[in-house]
Structure formats: C-alpha cells, structure tokens
Design a protein around this ligand. Structure first.
Ligand code: GLY
Length: 379
C-alpha cells in the first residue's frame, strides 16, 4: 500500500470536479482529482456544450435561472482564463440560441413561455417565420415562429475537458485517471479523511473531500448514508454530424424534440433523449430516430449530412432536478453533483462557489438554494 496526501481530494473527474480543481490549483492549493476512467469520459464528454440559461430552464425555476444566468455571464471570462492557463482554445460561441416552434400549436406554447420570460426580465426576442429565416437561413420554411435568446451561448465541452486537465497539471495539481475510489472513510474528528483507490491500493489523506462523481455520486463506497446525495442517472442519446457546404448552421437551434449545436470546426451535435433507464447505456434505433426526426423537421438540411459519432451519456439528475452544491452534514465533505441537464453551463459558477468554500470563505448567496442539506431537512 502507498500513502499520499493533498489539501483537497476530488472524487470524480468530470467537468464539475475538474473545474473546481482548476480554480483551486490557481491559488496554489494542493488538489488531486481521482477519476476511475479518463477525465470527462462520461456525461461531460457526451454533452452538447449548450450554455443555455433561457432555453433550458422551465417555468418557476427562478433560483436555477438566476444561477444559470450568473454562470453564463461568468463563462466568457472563465473560457478566456482557461484558454490562457492551458493554451487550448475552447470554442466559446456567442451567436445566441433560436428556440423554434415547428407549427402553430407549438408557436402558442412558445408564446406563453416567451411572455413568462419577458415578464421576468429574460433577454428574449420574438421572431416571425420570416425574421427567423433571415437570421438562420437553414431553418425550415415550414416553421411557425421562433424566440431568439441572445445570451444563450455554447462551448466545445470536449475542448474544455482537455483544457482543464492541462491547466490543472500546469498549475501543479494532479489528475489521477484510471483510479477508482474503493472506500471513503470520513474521520469523525474532522481533519484526516481517507480515500482508498485501486489499482495500486493507495491511501489518500486530506482534510477536505469533494464528491463530484456525477451519476455515480450516490453509490461511492464508504459514504455515510445520511449524506448520500439523491442522484440518479438520466440517459441521453446524442449524435454528431459533419456540416458540409453549402450547409452551415450559425446558431444553436432548439425545438421540442431536439437541439442542434454547431461547432466552429464543422461538427454539428444533435441531442438528446432524456430516459429513465438506470445505468443502461445502449444506443437505440428509437432514440436516434426521435432526435434526428426532431432535428430534421426544424433544419431539413441535416438529412444529407454524414454521421461522425453516436453517443450515450448519463446525466446526474437529483430528486428535484436542481444541482446539489455545498458542505454536507459531515464535516470536511463538500458535495458538487446533481447538475442534470446543466453541467457544462453550471461548471463556472459551481467551481467559483466550491473554491470559495474550500478555501474557507463564504459561499456566494446565489448558491445557497442548492445546498445538500435541503434533502436532509426533508428526510
Ligand atoms: N443540456 C442538454 C441536455 O442535457 O441534453
């Protein structure tokens, strides 16, 4: 057995764990990320990279909307600081998002959402069919209307993962890949928590542990039962096409059954199903059909594009579908999981807030509604 230590150990090397590690490493903090696979191999890699505060948040989700808005504003500097630290570009795109209604029924539903958003100060603009087509000529001429969300952006989530790993390592932090946590032992007196990993049977010691294991957060061995977060996997099937001239989508396009996210290198990511299938990661004909059909009715030109990749990811969905971020009831254990459909967008605000907490400062108030203790209180 070998022994190692750190100021903070992060269990889980997805976009959330890596972002927290990067913000900590910037301060000279000794941080180690423990990842049983390769960094970002699961939901973080399969995501589309939408930074969609407006298009993805539902009615009455005011706290989440405030957090997503704060996060997306933060993303512009987060991306440029990350590019600077890592030397890797992350394709932050700010063309905005078009939320599209395919027919008059869908347009009525979209109008209700638009009026609600306007009433609450969201930055949205109603577009007639002609206005929408002028802005995005590859939309179908059959659509009914659209809403333009100017502040909903996108980023290349895979480039972000590479950049985070590179930046953490450059700054002296560690990202231990292929390193599975076999047991966490929380020290009741509070300062010497242990994490055992395999292969190699290493015992890590640290005063602070961050639980950021995404859809796997509930099952990490050794966690005290009272702080196991109520997180389950929510399956998402997604695929990537290659845009070929003359086809070129400029904006993120979102409809009721699919979204399309263009990358500057010509990839077009189309997602995603949302399925309650436990840890099943099988790609299905029905899953692919539903997102392709949903995408094609809004943007018919996708029909002829070559398929580059198909993927399945597992989002970490909490009981109330809101993230779980904050100190748990067990001293020294910080939780950052349950980001569900919002992992990429919320990585910036989560990393800032977690770094504050782990460096001994107060968490920003915008993060208070997402404390893990909300579930303990209900229990
Ligand atoms: N944020 C998009 C998704 O989870 O599918």
């Amino acid at each position: 057995m070998s022994a190692r230590n750190a100021d903070t150990l992060i269990v889980g090397g997805g976009i959330i764990g890596l972002s927290i590690a990067w913000r900590l490493a910037r301060t000279g903090h000794r941080v180690t990320v423990l990842e049983r696979d390769t960094a970002g191999a699961h939901a973080s890699r399969m995501a589309a990279g939408m930074l969609a505060a407006t298009a993805e948040v539902g009615y009455e989700e005011f706290d989440l909307y405030a957090l997503c808005t704060h996060s997306v504003i933060r993303w512009a500097s987060f991306a440029s600081e990350l590019e600077e630290d890592s030397g890797i570009p992350v394709d932050f795109r700010s063309e905005g998002t078009m939320v599209v209604a395919r027919d008059p029924d869908a347009a009525r539903a979209l109008r209700r959402a638009f009026e609600f958003q306007q009433e609450h100060g969201f930055e949205v603009q109603w577009l007639t069919r002609a206005e929408a087509l002028e802005r995005e000529p590859f939309l179908s001429p059959r659509i009914a209307a659209a809403v333009y969300a100017a502040d909903d952006h996108s980023v290349d989530n895979r480039a972000v993962i590479h950049a985070l790993v590179a930046a953490i390592r450059k700054l002296g932090g560690r990202v231990e890949e292929q390193t599975a946590v076999t047991e966490i032992t929380m020290d009741a007196s509070g300062s010497n928590h242990h994490v055992r990993t395999a292969p190699g049977n290493t015992e890590w010691t640290a005063p602070q542990i961050v639980l950021a294991a995404g859809a796997w957060s509930h099952g990490v061995p050794g966690l005290p039962d009272e702080v196991r977060p109520p997180v389950r996997p929510v399956k998402g099937q997604i695929l990537t096409l290659r845009m070929e001239a003359p086809f070129k989508l400029e904006h993120v396009v979102r409809g009721a059954r699919a979204y399309l996210v263009p990358r500057s290198d010509g990839r077009l990511v189309i997602g995603a199903t949302s399925e309650e299938m436990g840890f099943n990661t099988e790609l299905t004909a029905g899953g692919m059909w539903s997102i392709l059909d949903g995408a094609r009715e809004l943007v018919p030109g996708v029909h002829d594009l070559p398929v580059m990749e198909t993927n399945v990811g597992l989002r970490p969905g909490s009981r109330d579908h809101q993230p779980i971020v904050g100190w748990s009831a067990v001293p020294g254990l910080f939780v950052a999981t349950g980001h569900y459909r919002h992992g990429v967008i919320l990585s910036s605000a989560t990393a800032d807030a977690a770094a504050d907490a782990l460096l001994g400062r107060d968490m920003p108030t915008i993060m208070h509604p997402f404390s893990p203790t909300r579930f303990q209180t209900q229990a």
